[in-house]
Design a protein around this ligand. Structure first.
Ligand code: XBP
Ligand code: MG
Length: 228
């Protein structure tokens, strides 16, 4: 039987990537780094999951030796602070159907979890901006990218979420928006419902158990069947 829903954050709960991109670009400008990521750049760079990993990838792509990994870690901390400020400024909304599904799952006695590449402070910022709540008031379990050694598409973060839930993969469903996320959840043995987002809409989701434009398109009978 179904006992938990495990949600990806970026692109699945909300379209956050433009806020991430802005936070990166503001951080680069403040550091006079001379870097600026356009939408096209960012679409390509998103194949590398994780902000620090993405910055290192960009540095290597342009053949630069600087900033060093230590400076990148410092820049990324500044980026996280900017991201929280941007979300605090308002304007971010949950994707269609997310609020209702989360509320229905809670009413139905399901556990709710997060398995994300991003770090915990960014999950907190999103929950505050979209629910007006702390992340542990919305989710029973938060498994974040900075807590595992291998980020998506490795299964680690979904396995960590299952371990903290105390459940087997067969007792949960994962919700994802990207191919890296789908691969990660599938490698953890989970069933996966994919709702592509603005940056992932061209990816190959043939491995998904269900492919929907958004979670408002999850039919009510299916929704009930999910946990009966
Ligand atoms: C999201 C990401 C993250 C964010 C930035 O992937 O790849 O890197 O873009 O977050 P997913 P950080 O939705 O598959 O978890 O800068 O905090 O890493
Ligand atoms: Mg995502």
């Amino acid at each position: 039987t179904l006992r938990a829903l495990i949600f990806d954050v970026d692109g699945t709960l909300a379209e956050t990537e433009e806020a991430h991109r802005l936070a990166f670009n503001e951080t680069f400008a403040a550091a006079s780094l001379g870097w600026h990521w356009t939408v096209a750049d960012y679409r390509r760079l998103l194949a590398t999951t994780g902000g620090k990993e993405r910055m290192r990838r960009h540095r290597d792509d342009i053949g630069a030796r600087e900033p060093c990994d230590e400076t990148i870690a410092d820049l990324h901390q500044r980026k996280t602070i900017r991201y929280a400020d941007i979300l605090h400024g308002g304007g971010l909304t949950l994707r269609p159907g997310v609020q209702d599904l989360v509320a229905a799952a809670r009413d139905g006695g399901l556990k709710l979890a997060v398995a994300t590449t991003t770090s915990r402070p960014n999950v907190d910022a999103l929950c505050r901006a979209c629910w007006g709540l702390l992340s542990d008031q919305v989710f029973d379990v938060v498994a974040a990218g900075d807590e595992v050694s291998a980020k998506k598409p490795a299964p680690d973060v979904f396995l960590l979420a299952l371990e903290r839930l105390g459940l087997a993969a067969s007792e949960a469903i994962a919700f994802e928006d990207s191919l890296n996320g789908l691969r990660s959840a599938k490698a953890a043995g989970l069933r996966v419902i994919v709702t592509p987002s603005i940056y992932t809409c061209g990816e190959d989701f043939s491995a998904a158990d269900r492919l929907l434009p958004d979670l408002a398109a999850l039919p009510a009978p299916d929704l009930l069947r999910l946990w009966t």
